[in-house]
Write a protein that binds this ligand. Sequence first.
Ligand code: NAD
Length: 485
Amino acid sequence: MTYPTQPTASHFINGEYAEDTAGTPIDVIYPATGEQIATVYAATPALIERAIESARAAQITWAAMTGTERGRILRRAAEMMRERNHDLSVLETYDTGKPYQETSVADATSGADALEYFGGMAATLTGEHIQLGEDWVYTRREPLGLCVGIGAWNYPTQIACWKGAPALACGNTMIFKPSETTPLCALKVAEILHEAGLPAGVYNVLQGLGDVGGALVTDPRVDKVSLTGSVPTGRKVYAAAAQGIKHVTMELGGKSPMIVFEDADIDNAVSGAILGNFYSSGQVCSNGTRVFVHKDIKEAFLDRLSTRLKAAVIGDPMQPETSFGPMVSERQMNIVLDYIEKGKAEGARLVCGGTRLDRDGFYLTPTVFADVADDMVIAREEIFGPVMAVLDFEDEADVMARANDTEFGLAAGVFTRDLARAHRVAAGFEAGTCYINTYNDAPVEAPFGGSKASGVGRENSKAAIAYYSQLKSVYVRMGDLEAPF
Ligand code: NAD
């Protein structure tokens, strides 16, 4: 199968595509049909070496350019991504199986937002002046050096840009390793950045599994690691980075709560629950998968939810009307099916869904369990698929304690018309990203990231700059210097 934006080789190193078929082959499967659409080869030690060497060399000249010059290239790349949105969205759909209806508005577009935002910010990055009587200190905001980005498979274009844009704006270079499940999109990001004028070696892409990621994380020439992935992988990567005292950003998993109070607008709450459980077939880290609904409105909520779910158009992701696509892989589909069986075995009430569709590809139906108890596996573990757990509650203090009773802390949402309660609840959530009467918005202007086991650091917004730069203090004495002898 060929498609308009097919990358021409597995890796992108020092400004050009690179190939070495001695690496382990990685089959790229179109999740909607199960067909193999490409093969990439994992990076060999020689390619890893070439990428590190060229990224180290390029960093010196890249950092020596002015912020305005660096930003101009990033903003030009953002424009090119928008112009090519259709082709990039088709590729994203081939890579992930997500419906074109989603990829055309949420993937290359949000990647372009990050390039535009941090491109605009590059010229404004400065240190400060601190007057100390006659003397003074100034700070220099300096890049960290070579940053490694490691991506998950759910938003391959977006993750490549969310990590690359702030890193490059600050004068770092990057080696990005996409998920082995979705290796294609990051190559197009690299291609576009270089077409926009990026010097060779500033943004590189290497394919591979965890071992390639591990080789990058442990290399002493790498200064920073930014991972998007699961908590178990985060623990390993964080520990490996700690050996070299490297900077880290960890964007990890979640099991986020969404609380629907009795005074909520039920239709809006149902919309939030749909967006927070079934967008991208439920493969979104910040999803609000524990939906606590007040007892008084629970049945009404479930009724409307079931009705709305019947309107989901499940099918060919390339058709513009399709609103629900397949799981990213057979493996992920089977993981989710296992959780569905656990939910049934534990006695949760299956309201709808819970099955694999009888067709090619890795299709599940949107699944809702009600009467879920806090200690059930489906209420405690991240499923990363279209499975919503609905839990009952009556009392605010009680539901807050239950909502926070998790190792995760990525996101949380509340639906209520009571303004004071909304802000009180948001303040009480142990989570990095909270929503009031909405769910899963992630504009580049706002910090995004997790607390507790869900992560370290923030992506997007001005906050990301702190994770891709460091401050050097320079003390300047104006007068004579006294010494004790
Ligand atoms: P994963 O943890 O299996 O893999 C993530 C990446 O880490 C992959 O590129 C993989 O090759 C690499 N990797 C694995 N072992 C490694 C090692 N030892 N050293 C270095 N790299 C290694 O995650 P996944 O299944 O690709 O993605 C799903 C997970 O990602 C979910 O838990 C989801 O919540 C999380 N996620 C988080 C965010 C966020 O922003 N917080 C966003 C998207 C996905």
